[in-house]
Design a protein around this ligand. Structure first.
Ligand SMILES: *[C@@H]1O[C@H](CO)[C@@H](O)[C@H](O)[C@H]1NC(C)=O
Ligand SMILES: *[C@@H]1O[C@H](CO)[C@@H](O)[C@H](O)[C@H]1NC(C)=O
Ligand SMILES: *[C@@H]1O[C@H](CO)[C@@H](O)[C@H](O)[C@H]1NC(C)=O
Ligand SMILES: *[C@@H]1O[C@H](CO)[C@@H](O)[C@H](O)[C@H]1NC(C)=O
Ligand SMILES: *[C@@H]1O[C@H](CO)[C@@H](O)[C@H](O)[C@H]1NC(C)=O
Length: 443
């Protein structure tokens, strides 16, 4: 009798052990929910890996994690991402970018016309909503959410290739200022790509989560997001695991493009001084622009860079025959650009970053000393002068350890992990919608 009991006990113990060991040695479950950052200029996709507890931002076949938010239409294909970007110069009227600026938004007629004049593609008004007119070998219109769906489909495929499983569910981020309609149309874009959206979270909240701020004892978090063309500043208030957006302000005409433009103006002026004429050919301006853009990025790491740009100038050169003087003369423009010069050229623009920062503090009824953490998002926050400006204003260092281009997608992937159930249960992050908040804009 006693033997029987002990045998049953051993069987139970063995079963228990097998279960335990099985759990230990089974490969960790694959993530089923992806996190999406559908940005104005770039998009990214990430997953929370339950095995390692880390976020993996997924790369394309060439390992690139930030995919241009560009869709291009040809006679035979619809391309997106880098492939579409490559067509921007040769197929400008059918290559759509910045679609996020139009999604789910109702425009006044003249506002839309003004917006449209900024782009090489045609934006038309369909009863207040924007649509893009495409003419390949036939003409048709597409909606901003269709453009979004092509980008998200690309993200979905990248994730499926990397994970080896079909993906149907996602969490997506949107700007804090998006109203309910803009959120709905963003969800519609995802649905068109075959994705069910489990939750929509605000970009600044996602960025705060990327730094684990949902898990630590902080109350007031300031998020500064400075991208290619826009500045967004948000003040978040956290109680328990819940984030509330207290105030937002920004400048939708300030960003990296403006800093590059100042460098370009400088280079053009230098060319004029050296050769007597400014560059006028489209290709020359294009090469100068690419060169100063590369120089700007290098100046983040190096104190100075030298640029060398071959140009074709219409110089009033006496050696040219009088009648054939319209033949452009090849020259090489060389210059050394220091970080100091770059900072001088842009100091007034950099100072503009503080205006919305002061506004959110005033609207949130906080002193700058009350801000517990400062989170920097967006590629332009890599610029050393901008980091210094912010840390000097607050008298403390901002949080910068996460790649500023990937902070939002990292946070969204954490939220996707929570929604997918692969996160320890005690950690939650909930966002309290704040329906009555308005964004103050400085332009
Ligand atoms: C456009 O061109 C493609 C490929 O050449 C062809 O399949 C398609 O039928 C054409 N469409 C129209 C409307 O001509
Ligand atoms: C145009 O939009 C208004 C309000 O946004 C709506 O009431 C109306 O039905 C729409 N008209 C058409 C033709 O879609
Ligand atoms: C957004 O979608 C929800 C759910 O489908 C719907 O109830 C709501 O009316 C929509 N709001 C707007 C402004 O489109
Ligand atoms: C920028 O830096 C990279 C890597 O250090 C270098 O290959 C490139 O030539 C630099 N560009 C300029 C314009 O100095
Ligand atoms: C950044 O965030 C973490 C919280 O995850 C915090 O511990 C750290 O002190 C913050 N500040 C800086 C300057 O890194």
């Amino acid at each position: 009798m006693a033997g029987e009991i002990s045998m049953i006990g051993s069987v139970i113990l063995a079963l228990f052990l097998a279960g335990y060991l099985g759990q230990q040695y089974l490969p960790p479950p694959k993530p089923k929910v992806i996190g999406l950052d559908l940005g104005t200029t770039f998009c990214s996709v990430g997953v929370f890996q339950p095995g390692t507890g880390e976020v993996e931002v997924i790369g394309d076949e060439e390992g690139r994690k930030s995919i241009p938010s560009v869709v291009s239409f040809t006679d035979t294909e619809v391309l997106s991402g880098h492939q579409a970007q490559d067509l921007a110069d040769t197929n400008p009227q059918n290559t759509v970018y910045d679609a996020k600026r139009f999604i789910g938004k109702i425009f006044e007629r003249d506002v839309l016309e003004q917006e449209s004049s900024r782009y090489p593609f045609k934006v038309i008004n369909n009863n207040g909503s924007a649509e893009f007119e495409i003419s390949t070998n036939h003409s048709f219109t597409v909606s901003p959410e269709f453009i979004g769906s092509r980008l998200l489909l690309n993200m979905k495929k990248m994730a499926e290739r990397q994970l080896g499983v079909p993906i149907q569910k996602a969490v997506i981020s949107v700007p804090a200022e998006f109203d309910e309609r803009q959120r709905n149309y963003t969800i519609r874009a995802a649905n068109l790509a075959g994705l069910e959206i489990l939750r929509v979270i605000n970009e600044p909240t996602a960025a705060a989560m990327a730094y684990g701020l949902h898990k630590v004892d902080v109350f007031n978090v300031l998020v500064v997001d400075l991208g290619g063309g826009t500045l967004d500043v948000s003040l978040l208030n956290k109680q328990g695991g819940m984030f509330l957006t207290r105030a937002m302000a920004g400048n939708n005409k300030l960003g990296g493009q403006d800093f590059s433009q100042r460098l370009l103006q400088y280079a053009v002026e230098r060319v004029r001084q050296e050769f007597g004429v400014p560059p006028t050919l489209k290709e020359d301006i294009h090469r100068l622009r690419q060169s100063v853009e590369a120089a700007k990025l290098n100046l983040t790491l190096h104190p100075s860079v030298s640029i060398r740009v071959p140009l074709h100038l219409h110089t009033a050169d006496s050696s040219a025959p009088p009648s054939g003087s319209s033949v452009p003369k090849p020259v090489v423009f060389q210059a050394v650009i220091t970080r100091e010069l770059f900072e001088e050229l842009n100091e007034d623009l950099f100072q503009k970053i503080l205006a919305p920062v002061k506004t959110v503090l005033a609207e949130g009824l906080l002193e700058k000393e009350d801000v517990d953490e400062i989170v920097l998002v967006g590629g332009s926050t890599r610029i050393p002068r901008i980091r210094r400006l912010i840390s000097e204003y607050f008298g403390k260092q901002p949080n910068t350890s996460v790649d500023p281009d990937l902070a939002v997608v990292t946070g969204v992937a954490i939220q996707a992990g929570i929604m997918g159930g692969s996160w320890p249960l005690q950690v939650s992050a909930i966002e309290i919608p704040n329906r009555h908040l308005r964004k103050t804009n400085f332009n």
